[in-house]
Design a binder for this molecule. Sequence first.
Ligand code: MTE
Length: 330
Amino acid sequence: MRIHRRRGWEIPESQATPEAFVLNRRALMAAGGAAMLAPAGAQAQWLFGPRRDAADPWTRLPADLPDLPAATRNMRYVPGRDLSPERDTVTFNNFYEFGSDKGIWQTALRMPVRPWTIKVEGMVERPGEFGVDDLIRRIGIEERVYRLRCVEAWAMTVPWTGFELSKLLSLVGPLASAKYVRFETATIPAVMPGLRQSWYPWPHIEGCTIEEAANELSFMPVGLFGRPLPPQNGGPFRVVFPWKYGFKSGKSVSRIVLTDQRPKSFWETLQSSEYGFWANVNPEVPHPRWSQATERLIGSNERVPTRLFNGYGDFVAGLYTNLRNERLWA
Ligand code: MTE
């Protein structure tokens, strides 16, 4: 993601590689079997130790954050890979509001995540402002293990807890005129030093079409590894589109707008020739400055082939059949 200044996405791979963290593989396999039986929170505690263990600063969460209700893993979404190590998942992040390198997790942990409300407005029948805990109670949560493919050619496998975006949108009733959904990340200057970098187009905006929002894969995580979603991963509330490059998944969302205008997103505003609106994963379409044919798995550092739509084509390919003139892969 090259504009004039060097950003974290451009640091050499050797610097971007997180500290090795090896999980007992047998324990992970056992976890796969137990997934059918145990709620996500219980699995996470069994596998990764008690929540908020003071010995593991990378799992530290604000003390007043309520635990998530137990969530059952939805086995319809099979990642076909081991989970990424939890430690790497919560300490190797892209979140430019907190800084442009991968190690922003401690800075991000200063962000207050309660109370947290999300405005959902624009072309809807019933605009509203919802507390995140209220949404969790009203909609209910489940766990889904998704692959996350960053445009920088690294990947993770992440157990998110949350709910489908479509369930949130059904609370407000999208109007027929709504064609797009825009996601806006909160701006909290007191705790987000990145906002002082005025050359970035804050607030962070991302967007998708109303059809993409309605797809069953579009997910709003409020948790990770059975714990509440930590700020560095976009807590308390973010969006993920697992078939798109990771930059499409806006973090710490506080406003969602349904609109008839295609949102111009953060990275598209900065460098539209490299980062577009669609950003669907495609191994055969290289980024202008590097190949997208393979990806490095965070944790093991193994390099594996990248798959079209990040392997989710059965769920989403139909969304794009009439859009051949669009830049679907950038
Ligand atoms: N959302 C906001 N608000 N700010 C960001 O800098 N980075 C994006 C995306 N969402 C980003 C963001 C990028 S580039 C990626 S790859 C993913 O978040 C990384 O998510 P993770 O840190 O949970 O792995």
